[in-house]
Ligand binder design. Structure first.
Ligand code: PLP
Length: 384
C-alpha cells in the first residue's frame, strides 16, 4: 500500500485514539439511555459524562449542550429556534458553509448577505450601519473560521455589536474548535455550532451550545430526548468519542502544539510552492487565518483536476470548486471574496491536522509542483 499523505483535515480529521477508546467502552454497554433499567442507566451515565466533559472543555454549563448528529443538524435546530423566537432582520455572511447558507435561505428567503473582503473577512462596519438603519432584533449568522480559506473572523467584535443592537448571534465554530483557544469563542454566540469529526472525533456527532436564556425549539415530534430539544435516541458511542476528542484537542496547551505543528507544515508547503510556481496565489495570506489551512489558486488549472492529480500522486487535498456533469462549479466563497470566475474554479484547499508531521508540508509541495509541471505550468528554474 502506497504511503498516503492526508491533508484534508478540514473535511474530516482521522479518529484520535482517545476517541476510539471512549467509543469502544460505550459500545459494549448496549443499553438505550432512555431506558430505566441498569443497562439503560449505564448508557445514560455515559451520555451525561460526555456532556459534562464537553461542557467543561467548552467552559459552559452542561445544560447548554444539546447533542446532535453533526453540525448540519445543529444548524437546523438553531435556525428553527431563532425563527420561532421571531428575530429579524436576518444577516448571513457571504462565506458561510453550505450547511448554513442553504438552510438560512430556505427559512428566510429575504436574508441579507454580509459582504466580505478579499481575505474572506466579514465587514463588521457594514453590519453596524445596517443595524442602525434597519433596527429590529437582528439575527447575525456568522462563522468563526472559514473552512476553505481558514480566515478567522473577529467574533468578539461581531458579538459585541450584535448584542449592543439587541440582536442574537448564531455562530458556526466547526472549523475553529481545537484550532484556537476556547476563550476565542466561549460565551460570544447565542447558538454555537460544533462538529465532532473535524477534531478527530467520529462522524455522526455534533453539538449545539445555547447561551443562557436561549431556548431550543424542537420542531420534530418524537421521544423528546435531549431534554425535549432533539428527539431520537442519542448516538452515545459517537457522542462519547466526540467528548473525548474535544478533551484532548481543546485545552490551550494542545491548541498551541497543534498551531506550532500545523503552521510549520503549512509554511513548508507554501514556501516551496510560492518559490517555484509563479502562478500560485494564496488566498487570505495576509489575514488572521487557521494555522493548518492553505487555499491556493492556480488560475486555469481546475480545482477538481488538481485534486485528481494529487490523489493519483498519493495525497488527499480538497477542491474549493466541484465538477458535476462535466461542468466546473466555482467556489462560492472565492467568488464572494471578489475572485474571477476562472480563479474561483481553480482553487484547492490543503489542511493539516493532529496527525500531520511538519515534513508533510514540503512533501506535499513536491507532489504538487510535479503535478503542476505535468499540467503544463512553468516552474522556476531554482526549483526545477
Ligand atoms: N460548517 C463548516 C464550516 C464545515 O466545514 C462543515 C463540514 O464540512 C459543516 C459546517 C458541516 O458539518 P457536519 O459534517 O458535522 O454536518
Amino acid at each position: 500500500m502506497m504511503d498516503r499523505l492526508y491533508a484534508d483535515h478540514n473535511a474530516s480529521s482521522p479518529l484520535r485514539p482517545e476517541a476510539r477508546e471512549a467509543m469502544l467502552r460505550v459500545m459494549d454497554l448496549g443499553g438505550n439511555p432512555s431506558s430505566v433499567h441498569g443497562e439503560g442507566r449505564a448508557a445514560k451515565r455515559a451520555l451525561e459524562d460526555a456532556r459534562e466533559t464537553l461542557a467543561h472543555t467548552l467552559e459552559c454549563g452542561a445544560d447548554a449542550v444539546t447533542f446532535t448528529s453533526g453540525a448540519t443538524e445543529a444548524v437546523h435546530l438553531a435556525m428553527e429556534s431563532a425563527k420561532a423566537m421571531g428575530f429579524g432582520p436576518i444577516f448571513v455572511s457571504a462565506v458561510e458553509h453550505d450547511a448554513i447558507w442553504s438552510y438560512a435561505y430556505h427559512l428566510w428567503p429575504d436574508a441579507q448577505i454580509i459582504p466580505v473582503n478579499q481575505g474572506a473577512l466579514i465587514d463588521v462596519n457594514w453590519l453596524s450601519q445596517e443595524f442602525d438603519r434597519q433596527g429590529g432584533q437582528p439575527l447575525v449568522i456568522a462563522q468563526a473560521a472559514n473552512n476553505e480559506t481558514g480566515t478567522i473572523q473577529s467574533l468578539d467584535t461581531i458579538s459585541t455589536r450584535v448584542r449592543a443592537a439587541g440582536g442574537a448571534l448564531l455562530c458556526d465554530a466547526v472549523q475553529l474548535l481545537g484550532k484556537a483557544s476556547v476563550g476565542q469563542f466561549a460565551g460570544l454566540a447565542d447558538w454555537l455550532i460544533l462538529s465532532s469529526h473535524k477534531i478527530g472525533g467520529p462522524m455522526g456527532a455534533g453539538a449545539l451550545i445555547a447561551a443562557p436564556g436561549i431556548e431550543i425549539v424542537n420542531t420534530r415530534a418524537g421521544g423528546g430526548q435531549e431534554r425535549g430539544a432533539r428527539s431520537g435516541t442519542e448516538n452515545v458511542a459517537a457522542i462519547a468519542g466526540f467528548a473525548a476528542a474535544a478533551a484532548v484537542a481543546c485545552p490551550d496547551e494542545a491548541v498551541q502544539a497543534f498551531q506550532e505543528q500545523t503552521s510549520q507544515a503549512r509554511h513548508g508547503f507554501e514556501l516551496a510552492v510560492a518559490t517555484a510556481l509563479a502562478d500560485a496565489d494564496f488566498v487570505s495570506h495576509g489575514v488572521r487565518r487557521l494555522s493548518n489551512t492553505s487555499c491556493v489558486v492556480v488560475d486555469g488549472w481546475e480545482g477538481a483536476r488538481q485534486v485528481m492529480a494529487m490523489d493519483l500522486a498519493g495525497a488527499a487535498v480538497s477542491a474549493g470548486s466541484a465538477c458535476s456533469s462535466g461542468k466546473v462549479k466555482m467556489s462560492r466563497i472565492l467568488k464572494a471574496c471578489g475572485y474571477s470566475d476562472g480563479a474561483a474554479a481553480s482553487s484547492i484547499r490543503v489542511s493539516f491536522g493532529w496527525s500531520s508531521q511538519i515534513e508533510d508540508g514540503a512533501r506535499l509541495a513536491e507532489l504538487y509542483l510535479q503535478a503542476a509541471a505535468r499540467a503544463g505550468h512553468a516552474l522556476s528554474t531554482q526549483a526545477a
